[in-house]
Design a protein. Sequence first.
Length: 462
Amino acid sequence: MAAEKQSIHGVWGSRWIFILAATGSAVGLGNIWKFPYIAGENGGGAFVLVYLLCIAIVGIPIMMGEVLIGRRGRNSPINAMRALALEAQASPFWKYVGWMGAIAGLLILSYYSVIAGWAIIYIFRLGSGQFESADAATVQNAFDGLLADPIMLTALHTLFMVMTMVVVARGVNRGLEAAIRILMPALFVLLAILLGYSVTSGAFEQGAKFLFDFDFSKLSSESILIALGHAFFTLSLGMGAIMVYGAYMPKKASIGSTVLIVAGMDTLVALVAGLAIFPIVFANNMEPGAGPGLLFVTLPIAFGQMPGGMIFGSLFFLLVTFAAWSSSISLIEPLVAWVVEKGLMNRNKAALLLGVITWSLGLGTVVSFNVGSDVSFLMGKNFFDSLDYLTANIMLPLGGLLVAIFAGWTMKRTTVEKELNMASYGVYALWTITVRLISPAAVIVVMIWTLFQEQIKAMLGW
Ligand code: TRP
């Protein structure tokens, strides 16, 4: 009975719509804004290698697990996990994994929206010609000025939250599908133009070397946790976003190949963004470890020097905004879907209520770039850094770990086999071993080592 069930929220038109939607969720600020700056802060090459390994041996198997759980459960992650746990005669407490994910999504969206707001204003800053032939210091000052202005940041954050909640309120089928069909290819084209520019002007070799030279002496154990956390973040894993999109996936589509396409596109966009940004960093004698402002300083400099750069630049930030938009809706959809399934209120009201809560929390991020920058929460980090660390490096890996255990050990094997419907038994066996042992082991070792290494070292007398 459960196998033929459909989600009350709708079904994607085809497998390709699922791929577009999942890619739209995965490709976002994580790829274009976050990946380059954390790669820069963590020394480049070695970090990139660890990140790629995490995508391959942790991200892809767990993404398959999420799609599988979602499509079989045909409900919000909370209800899907509960139902599948009952089907397997396991504890209904598995639903709390769904809960942790739903909360992580809300927390991430609260700061994601603030950063997306920066991209919105840069559409206009570039478009107005403000950065035409500007030098690095001018562009840096313009960015610092934005961060120092809480009113402006709040206005932009508000705008982006409204955009997000309107789409969520309309439901995923109406509106969004049509938009991403045009926007995703356009983003690829603009990234290619930018890549072309950075290849031909200046320090491409130095930039590429920075990204792909594997110097392990620069890698700290904290960097490994950051790489792992980012693998989850960039693939939208560990909180139920891909799971809820899986719930709207047509029955016949093959999960394995679909997931490979999504993960491949996501990785490609991140690497191209890095290859576009770092040559510009080196050509202008800037710091690769400049932090969250990297994208908003390097690219305006490059666009300022290119012919037609103001138009391309403006378009580029428009597309960054759209990439963020198609991601942000997946951050809140699991919670909205749950509220609707519970019958607590209709979709409009659920979107409004959850939007207001998320928006309020976002104000904490707004002030952590200016008046509240010295207020520390977690380990001396400000509000934004604490929230980012807590969600990306702790909640997502933990959620992913539990999803792997659930898909690998808890779910009924016949259900898993039927849902994955793998053509080759070898590939199925490989997935099973990975999701049962290798991915959980990788997550556990990295988390325990990074979080408790002082204690472990003391215990072993190192
Ligand atoms: N993957 C998106 C990005 O890279 C962000 C995102 C969307 C996300 N949904 C998510 C991150 C769910 C973690 C979990 O920008």
